[in-house]
Design a protein around this ligand. Structure first.
Ligand SMILES: [Fe+2]
Length: 369
């Protein structure tokens, strides 16, 4: 038996107006310092009569951030939580919504956990409004938070982590800075590709994966150039790719990116960008059938398409190649322990991962010279 899960999605111009349905509810707007300074909070609060804002640190999201948010929200007792920000803010709000009710260690939040046994009653609705186009967090039931002490990413997942509503309003991404366009775009691209290649892929996730891939390949570079229509399409396709992988899985690219990102502090989207093509080359050499199926469906060669985008956006300039090289063995070891390692088209050996990492290093150096 399979099940398909998605939030209710509002998208397109003025979709934030949908919040007026919640105007009488006691609302908490969760955001970070950067978004607060952009004045986006008033674009949300103007639709609500009774809201207050909780600002979290603008950084890679950590377990501590979610625990602190839960504590604050227990005081406020909101009826609705509105997460306004990039994937970091949304992930912290997703975890915070659960932790404000459930007496549970964050790492125990798995798809098989009965949250009700820990006191979770689901009293508060969660609405996610992404201000970047990439993570798809607004539409998934996964939460990725960093355990700072152990320098590793902790992946939590539960269907009650999924926002009930995602508002995908392009107004929040028209002036998104270039580095976020690049990292978000590569993240969305890798979600679509990995969702299609996952051993859990299914006809529903395939439709969203392929359609979001078409949109991303056609619009990524123009979006970087600031084209408003391209930004709108990237914004929608990031959510589509999010729903795709939430109902399928991501795989080896994300396992490696989680490991390298947590160890070396590489932003998530750049880390997946660095590993995407080398992993796909490895799959091509191993004769992964689904890769050919993807190419046939799209009528192109995905490897060449990604190379085109990498070159145009100069991805390699953003990758700390010597740090990746000097941590090769540790990255491979940690990636083998990541839950995403088992959900690709097949489970690689640790030596395979070291080969992929070597390939990342060679490609970056080739581009630098
Ligand atoms: Fe991702």
């Amino acid at each position: 038996m399979w099940r398909f899960l998605s939030p209710q999605i509002l998208f397109g111009a003025d979709s934030t107006e949908y919040l007026e349905r919640f105007e009488k509810r006691r609302a908490v707007i969760v955001t970070d310092e950067v978004i607060k300074n952009l004045d986006y909070v008033s674009d949300v609060s103007k639709h609500l009569e009774n809201s207050e804002t909780v600002t979290i640190r603008a950084r890679e999201p950590c377990i501590d951030d979610a625990l602190e948010l839960a504590e604050e929200m227990r005081e406020i007792e909101p009826e609705v939580i509105i997460a306004l920000g990039g994937g970091s803010v949304i992930d912290v709000a997703k975890a915070g919504r659960i932790l404000m009710e459930a007496e549970i260690e964050p790492e125990e939040i798995t798809p098989f956990t009965s949250l009700e046994e820990y006191g979770f009653r689901g009293k508060t609705s969660l609405i996610a409004i992404p201000t970047t186009s990439g993570t798809g967090s607004e539409a998934t039931w996964a939460i990725v938070l960093k355990n700072i002490k152990e320098r590793r990413k902790v992946i939590m997942a539960h269907e009650r982590a999924m926002p009930e509503i995602a508002i995908v309003d392009p107004a929040f991404v028209y002036s998104m800075p270039d580095h976020l366009v690049i990292s978000g775009g590569f993240d969305a691209l890798s979600h679509a590709v990995e969702a299609f290649l996952s051993s859990f892929s299914n006809p529903f996730s395939d439709s969203l994966a392929l359609n979001s891939l078409r949109l991303i390949l056609d619009n990524f570079i123009m979006s970087y150039g600031g084209d408003r229509d391209a930004r709108e399409k990237m914004h929608i396709s990031a959510t589509m790719a999010g729903i795709a992988f939430s109902n399928s899985q991501v795989g080896v690219v994300h396992a490696l990116a989680h490991a390298a990102g947590a160890l070396l502090g590489i932003p998530h989207g750049l880390a997946v960008g660095a590993f995407l093509n080398p992993v796909l080359e490895f799959y091509a050499e191993r004769g992964v059938e689904r890769l050919g199926e993807m190419n046939r469906n799209l009528g192109l060669n995905i490897l060449r398409e990604i190379e085109r985008i990498e070159a145009e956006l100069r991805l390699f300039e953003y990758i700390p190649v010597s740090e990746i090289e000097s941590h090769r063995s540790e990255i491979a070891e940690r990636a083998m322990e990541d839950s995403c390692i088992v959900t690709g088209p097949f489970v690689p050996e640790r030596e395979d991962l070291e080969t992929v990492i070597e390939r990342v290093v060679r490609r970056c150096m080739r581009e630098e010279s």
